[in-house]
Ligand binder design. Structure first.
Ligand SMILES: Cc1cc2nc3c(=O)[nH]c(=O)nc-3n(C[C@H](O)[C@H](O)[C@H](O)COP(=O)(O)OP(=O)(O)OC[C@H]3O[C@@H](n4cnc5c(N)ncnc54)[C@H](O)[C@@H]3O)c2cc1C
Length: 416
């Protein structure tokens, strides 16, 4: 059923009894053209674009839990395309363009809000680095504005501009960046894929990958064996575990990242603001809660919760940026499992194993990539060649030395 103002009115008039479930509860068939492991944002977006743009709808998405139970429903909802490196920038800008038309495209309100993303800088060296990044963005046709201290003060007067250690000198602003309602993205893609014939199977854990003569022929699951021509892994924080079922060792570590939501406050932060002197970022949800976070916890884990040392670290950075936060109460906190790659950039590629394809290594920035990741992975699965904006995200780049080290931290996943 198509959502529109008219359908809303008619259903309202007649007691809201005619709404249909957003997607079917599918029972798996014995065989599919493509099986996607992981019903997160990336897996569902891949299924959607496979069916919509590449005419492949004999597809199943297998999700061990329920749709939205992974990072797609746990992130802090920020989207942006403010990247420096040529391997990254066109890809994230493609994603931004897809976000801009997404709600009309999949007929679902995902609350895409281009409220701006401002990165603060606190030293001359940091200003120079941000100027360079802003120039690289503009050369790629991406919007970027360098704001001086007075312009930032006019936007956000409550920041601590006089902080003795981290005085705010200005910021790099991407006005087209912003936030999107995270779980609505999963629901919108699930509904759109289902409408085009894709089977979304929840509560179906992949427990093994079956190979014959070296080629992948299907998966063992908690609902039995399911065959496929191509197997696509989009398991985010569990990527290493799932790939190891095919004997593949990935250049990925799993780490915890925490998020926090405060009690509801009157609106005072219009956009997304990030602290440049530590890792802290904040936006305000439509319900008034401050949504914020900081660094990953920094040790390997598969737990969807973090520890208190990082909570303290995040709170300190937040207070250094906005002193008034010291009186705000935190309502909720949780963690998600990050698939941290060695250079901080993702992988969308075929693997050395026939019929096995990989989408992983999103670190803590994969939500903003969801539309482009889905589109490019669908392109790879359908055509067996990388989509041009994702051509650098190869699995063998670590061996060849073609790293995409956006942060310049080297092969140290806990620092990306
Ligand atoms: C606290 C936090 C804040 C973040 N903030 C941002 C942000 O502001 N902006 C941004 O761009 N990114 C952010 N991220 C990162 C982003 O959320 C992830 O990179 C992205 O969601 C990962 O892709 P996904 O949506 O497909 O993952 P997921 O939703 O995790 O999907 C993977 C799915 O695979 C399933 N799965 C795993 N193993 C199996 C199996 N064996 N069988 C079947 N299914 C399986 C899981 O249950 C899961 O549902 C944040 C992440 C966290 C945790």
């Amino acid at each position: 059923m198509r959502y529109s103002a008219l359908s809303l009115l008619m259903n309202g008039l007649f007691g809201n009894k005619a709404w249909k479930p957003a997607w079917r509860d599918a029972t798996p068939k014995p065989h599919y053209d493509v099986i996607i492991v992981g019903g997160g944002g990336h897996g569902l977006a891949t299924a959607y674009y496979l069916a919509k743009d590449f005419g492949i709808s004999n597809v199943a998405v297998l999700e061990k839990n329920y749709v939205g139970s992974g990072n797609v429903g746990r992130n802090t909802t920020i989207i942006r395309s403010n990247y420096l490196l040529p391997g990254n920038n066109p890809f994230y800008e493609l994603s931004m363009k897809l976000w801009e038309g997404l709600e009309q495209d999949f007929n679902f309100n995902a609350m895409v809000s281009q409220r701006g993303v401002l990165n603060l800088f606190h030293s001359d060296a940091q200003r120079d680095a941000y100027t360079r990044r802003g120039n690289a963005m503009r050369l790629h046709g991406v919007d970027a504005e360098l704001l001086d201290r007075a312009a930032v003060k006019a936007m956000l007067p409550f920041l601590d501009f006089e902080n003795a250690r981290f005085p705010i000198q200005g910021g790099l602003l991407q006005r087209r960046g912003g936030t999107v309602r995270h779980d609505a993205v999963a629901w919108g893609y699930a509904r759109g894929a289902d409408q085009r014939g894709v089977d979304i199977v929840q509560g179906c854990e992949v427990t093994g990958i079956r190979r014959e003569n070296g080629r992948v022929v299907g998966v063992e699951t908690s609902q039995g064996f399911i065959g496929c021509n191509k197997l696509a892994l989009a398991a985010a924080g569990n990527s290493s575990q799932v790939a190891s079922m095919a004997g593949l060792k990935l250049p990925i570590e799993s780490h915890v990242l925490q998020a926090f939501v405060s009690e509801g406050l009157k609106p005072f932060i219009d956009g997304v603001v990030t602290f440049g002197a530590g890792h802290f970022y904040v936006s305000q949800s439509d319900k008034g809660g401050l949504v914020f976070g900081g660094d990953i916890d920094g040790y390997n884990s598969y737990a969807q919760r973090g520890n208190l040392a990082t909570v303290e670290h995040v709170a300190e950075a937040g207070k250094a940026m906005i002193p008034a936060l010291s009186r705000v109460r935190v309502l909720r906190a949780w963690g998600g499992i990050m698939d941290m790659s060695m250079d901080g950039s993702p992988i969308i590629d075929r693997t050395p194993i026939d019929n096995l394809y990989l989408n992983a290594g999103w670190c803590y920035g994969g939500f903003k990539a969801t539309p482009a990741s889905g589109f490019c992975f669908a392109h790879l699965l359908a055509r067996d060649t990388p989509q041009e904006t994702a051509a650098a995200f190869r699995l063998d780049r670590f061996r060849r030395g073609y790293l995409i080290d956006e942060k310049g931290q080297g092969a140290q996943p806990n620092l990306h």
